[in-house]
Write a protein that binds this ligand. Structure first.
Ligand SMILES: Nc1ncnc2c1ncn2[C@@H]1O[C@H](COP(=O)(O)OP(=O)(O)OP(=O)(O)O)[C@@H](O)[C@H]1O
Length: 300
């Protein structure tokens, strides 16, 4: 296998919260690789550490400890690495007087694989006014501008940090469709950080779930789709059956229970569950991520 595009080992980052005079551990011990090509989902709850991670990957933050390598080098003030990286974030700031056309010109100047024709098509798709000042754009239009820059960059590593939060459902679907279509013709490494797991479930090849500053899942999306199951039925039967498994989530009501376990189940286990009168259902990617990340208590 070729060297990973991104390699992160034992990354740690905390922030000093001036108000409470406490340290906030944004990343506790993060290790994972992103291999070349593919659309990777970086998933996790609010405050999980996704943005901090992406900022470190793009040289906008220092880690307190650990190693980070992007295209084999450190991303920090490394022009050789950074010209192959495009980072699109929801809170992107532009110079006050910039018009949309100036944002596109600046992107074209710094991103060597910029595709002007694609940018023009996307501008039309999202109905963006070239001459308008960026600060006069609506929130959705600002998000759309980020999406245009990210897609037209054709950067070998393109990182989207929830850039589409302002987009309505139709525009988000347009983004997903255009991403898939362009990716099919120009494969590259895309990382999509998002909460909208159901929406990207069929889009991503690989999933990294961050929770409380730690990677709790790092797997192929296909594997994850079949990995967890819910077992429901009589509470005693469910408890007996699930005792040997890793329980992700458990609910009970009276004599009935429903438990989500980290599977997958072997054909023999499945048959045993059915013989015991239990129902076994597969779990969607969204349900799996929710179950994997709700065991942690959010601290204040
Ligand atoms: N500059 C900062 N100063 C203090 N705390 C910070 C700073 N940046 C991030 N944090 C804290 O670090 C933790 C991780 O934040 P981060 O923005 O990386 O999470 P996230 O997964 O991107 O969240 P969201 O999905 O809500 O954007 C949070 O507790 C956040 O409050």
């Amino acid at each position: 296998m070729s060297a990973p595009v991104v390699s992160v080992r034992n990354l740690r980052k905390s922030f000093r919260d001036v108000g409470s005079r406490r340290n906030i551990d944004a990343l506790v011990d993060v290790s994972f690789d992103v291999h070349e090509h593919g659309i990777h989902g970086l998933l996790g709850r609010n405050g999980a550490g996704k943005t901090t991670l992406l900022q470190i990957l793009t040289g906008q933050q220092w880690a307190d400890d650990g190693e980070v390598s992007v295209f084999g080098g450190s991303p920090f003030e490394n022009a050789t690495v950074l010209r192959d990286v495009c980072f699109v974030k929801e809170s992107q700031r532009y110079p006050d007087d910039f018009r949309v056309s100036q944002v596109l010109d600046a992107a074209a100047a710094i991103l060597p694989r910029w595709d002007e024709a694609l940018a023009r098509d996307l501008m039309a798709d999202f109905d963006l006014p070239r001459r308008r000042k960026v600060k006069k754009l609506s929130r959705g239009m600002t998000s759309a501008l980020g999406v245009v820059v990210g897609l037209a960059s054709r950067a070998p590593l393109t990182l989207f940090d929830e850039p589409y939060l302002g987009l309505d459902a139709v525009s988000r679907q347009l983004f997903y469709d255009r991403l898939l279509a362009d990716y099919a013709e120009h494969p590259r490494t895309v990382v999509l950080s998002t909460h909208l797991i159901d929406e990207v479930a069929d889009l991503v090849d690989r999933v990294v779930v961050v929770d409380g500053g730690r990677v709790v899942v790092d797997d192929d999306a296909e594997q994850l789709r079949g990995r967890a199951v819910t077992v429901s039925g009589n509470a005693d039967g469910v408890a007996d059956f699930t005792t040997e498994h890793t329980v992700l989530q458990h609910e009970s009501m009276g004599s009935m229970a429903r438990t989500t376990i980290d599977g997958p189940l072997s054909p023999e286990s499945l048959a045993a569950a059915r013989a015991a009168g239990l129902h076994v259902d597969s779990v969607s990617l969204q349900q799996f991520v929710v179950a994997s990340t709700t065991r942690r208590k959010v601290s204040s």
